[in-house]
Design a protein around this ligand. Structure first.
Ligand SMILES: [Zn+2]
Length: 268
């Protein structure tokens, strides 16, 4: 068999063919384990065929702090992934409803949030506000990008500000939390949704479990930092299996947006 056509499930150890993986949106048919998806696969899975128009495709990080080998690192990931940075964003339609969609791609430096990732998400939200669209962000991140220091942390305030203005305009925002969503992303736009969706069993947290344990001097509860735990404790509204995501988004948009004339909230 040619290499690269078979995948091993890390959860149940079964072997899955690439064709099955594709058909099932990279979910294990035996145990429902959700494999990582690329931003391209996510977009294809979520939006109406042919409706995605990418924006800000050329934004690139600069090495503002003179951080050792940062420029080379970014170039390396660009070559490896074909992306310019960790977020792909654009206009799209989902079941005919107008949205902007920003997708974080974990392959690019752990989808860490630097100034480009933050800027692209902010612009996608602002475009949604200006054009009466819903804003959707597929979140996955190892946290703020340390190579850009405070500039990375500022993205938390910038994205949150854009979301506040989007909410004031009466427009919906739906984040989709995927494995893993951590750090500054969890502490800003990932958890500011009108409805917060998460994929089954994905890890959601701020600091890692070891840091939390050492800081609080307490044993951590079972299932700590899973989507299921977060739903039980009110941080997540719905856990949605990948095959259901598109339909679930359509249903939510039907409640929250009026096709072709801005929003229910803005019209009221
Ligand atoms: Zn499995």
């Amino acid at each position: 068999m040619p290499e690269g056509l078979w995948h091993n499930c890390p959860e149940c150890k079964s072997t899955i063919h690439e064709v099955d993986m594709k058909q099932r949106f990279r979910v294990c048919p035996t145990c429902d384990f959700h494999f990582t998806m690329t931003s391209g696969e996510r977009i294809e899975m979520l939006v109406d065929p042919g409706s995605f128009e990418e924006i800000d495709a050329k934004l690139e990080s600069v090495d503002a702090l003179g951080f050792k080998s940062y420029t080379d690192k970014v170039k390396g990931y660009q070559q490896k992934t074909g992306l310019r940075d960790a977020v792909v964003s654009g206009r799209a339609e989902i079941s005919g409803y107008p949205v902007t969609l920003a997708v974080m791609d974990f392959r690019f430096l752990g989808a860490s949030m630097g100034s480009v990732a933050g800027e692209k998400i902010t612009r996608a939200i602002e475009m949604a506000t200006a054009e009466g669209r819903a804003s959707i962000v597929v979140c996955a991140s190892g946290g703020a990008r340390m190579h850009e220091g405070i500039l990375s942390l500022m993205q938390m305030a910038k994205t949150s500000g854009a979301l506040a203005r989007h909410a004031e305009a009466g427009l919906p925002y739906i984040p989709i939390l995927t494995h893993p969503t951590t750090g500054g992303v969890t502490a800003s736009f990932a958890t500011l949704g009108d409805v917060i969706l998460a994929e089954p069993k994905c890890m959601i947290g701020f600091a890692g479990p070891r840091v939390v344990k050492e800081t609080t001097h307490q044993d951590l509860p079972k299932g700590f930092q899973t989507a299921e735990f977060m739903m039980e404790h009110g941080l997540v509204d719905l856990i949605v299996s990948r095959s259901e995501l598109r339909d679930q988004l359509s249903r939510l948009l039907k409640f929250m947006l009026i096709k072709g004339r801005g929003t229910a909230g803005a019209a009221a």
